[in-house]
Design a protein around this ligand. Structure first.
Ligand code: BJ8
Length: 423
């Protein structure tokens, strides 16, 4: 294997802290992922990508930069990768799925801030994220209050932060704001890259991202089968890798995996025994390496068959209509596609309940686990009426609020096991 340390040093990473992070990550991946039985062979690709998450992929980004391309890091599925790609930029998700440098973080953010936000700042303060350090531009978005205020703090530490405003209401005015912000983003990306985006380039960007989302929709649909060809944990890794891999190569890998899963279904190769309770997980996004709750669920004798999450269906669900041939038509199509995302920061956010019910039905879920990060008001608030609504349709639900620490593992296991036993 290549020694990536010189590259990490060049990026300004704290090598010692970074080594510690990688060893924890590798250990967790081995314990949670590689220990699973009867995995599809196609997961080998994702195992490799995960093993090289700070290595080969970063080398690719650095090489692309040497060849004149730009890297854009982002924290939310509202940042349109189609536009980034249209300017030949590479867009990567910035994970924020682990606690790091929490003592330092709490000098800048209140203790009662969600783990995802704390983690994003922790990775910056500890200098352990090569994606963040190699990004030419980092995009923050005005979604929840915690994130938008934390970006003000991040902005004092990074000179390449670009903040995208987002509507909170899906009205005509809200749509106009999103369109104006996507146009402003397009200009910012053009200025960053020196490339002008025309309709043909945008169409190409839309096609690449549509294909990636189509592959994920195919994977999601295969999990609806009673013969379950893949675990929820493995599907989650595909959903997580979605955010930082080369999009075309990723799409091919997911489609190859899906071919294999189709064969598994035809041959009745299931990863579960008949009667295993099927769970839909709904709520906050799970960024790498946040595998805590899924690992607990799948160790408790249940299996996850769908994620109603931005790292999952909410993020991938809709395609962009690419039928227009002019810039304005394509931008409108993009705005419509993104405005359909039913994130809890919107008010009202009535479509989400329908989506969860539909997904539960399609995936033949026996129960829904609502996953909320501690102190995440938007998802915690929605969880209460959602629980009522789901239970009225006969779907048992469990509300979990947790963070990235291991402190509540015992309690988490007990609650999940008790819920699974009910199903
Ligand atoms: S579109 S879900 S990726 S904002 S967990 S930071 S909401 S306090 S992540 Fe999200 Fe975009 Fe919406 Fe999706 Fe705030 Fe809650 Fe923390 Fe959250």
């Amino acid at each position: 294997t290549t020694n990536h340390t010189p590259m990490w040093k060049d990026l300004g990473l704290d090598i010692e802290a970074h080594d510690a992070l990688l060893s924890v990550l590798g250990q967790a991946y081995g314990d949670i992922y590689l220990a699973q039985e009867n995995r599809p062979e196609g997961m080998g690709y994702f195992d490799f990508v995960m093993s090289e998450v700070h290595g080969q992929r970063i080398q690719e980004l650095v090489d692309a930069q040497a060849a004149g391309r730009k890297v854009i890091g982002c924290y939310c599925v509202f940042v349109p990768e189609e536009i980034s790609l249209a300017a030949e930029a590479i867009q990567v998700g910035l994970c924020s799925g682990a606690d790091f440098a929490m003592d330092e973080v709490e000098k800048y953010l209140p203790r009662n801030t969600c783990a995802l936000i704390k983690s994003s700042l922790g990775f910056k303060l500890a200098k352990v994220c090569p994606y963040l350090e190699c990004s030419d531009m980092v995009v923050g978005e005005n979604t929840c209050d915690g994130k938008k205020k934390a970006y003000e703090t991040l902005g004092t530490m990074a000179d390449n932060l670009y903040v995208m405003d987002l509507p909170q209401v899906k009205s005509g005015e809200g749509r106009a704001l999103l369109k104006a912000e996507f146009l402003r983003y397009k200009e910012a990306v053009e200025a960053l890259t020196g490339n002008t985006i025309d309709a043909a380039a945008l169409k190409k960007g839309i096609a690449i991202v549509n294909n990636k989302r189509k592959a994920m929709a195919r994977l999601a649909a295969l999990r609806h089968n009673p013969v379950l060809p893949i675990s929820g944990l493995d599907a989650l890794i595909a959903n997580q890798v979605f955010f930082y891999d080369n999009p075309v190569r990723f799409t091919d890998a997911v489609n190859a995996l899906c071919d294999e899963l189709e064969t598994r279904i035809a041959e009745k190769t299931s990863v579960i025994a008949d009667g295993t309770p099927r769970i839909l997980v709904s709520g906050c996004p799970m960024a790498v390496p946040n595998w805590k709750l899924p690992a607990v669920i799948e160790a408790s004798g249940a299996v996850i068959v769908a994620e109603e999450s931005c790292v999952g269906e909410r993020g991938c669900r809709n395609l962009t209509d690419d039928s227009a041939d002019d810039m304005d038509g394509l931008m409108d199509a993009l705005v419509d596609r993104y405005l359909a995302i039913d994130c809890a920061i919107f008010t009202p956010n009535t479509e989400r309940a329908g989506h969860i019910k539909e997904l539960a039905e399609k995936s033949k879920a026996d129960g829904v686990i609502q996953y909320t990060l501690n102190f995440c008001q938007p998802y915690a608030m929605e969880a209460i009426p959602l629980e009522k609504e789901l239970e009225e349709t006969g779907l048992p639900t469990l509300r979990i609020e947790t963070d990235y620490s291991q402190e509540d593992m015992g309690q988490l296991k007990t609650r999940v096991e008790a819920f699974v036993e009910l199903l």
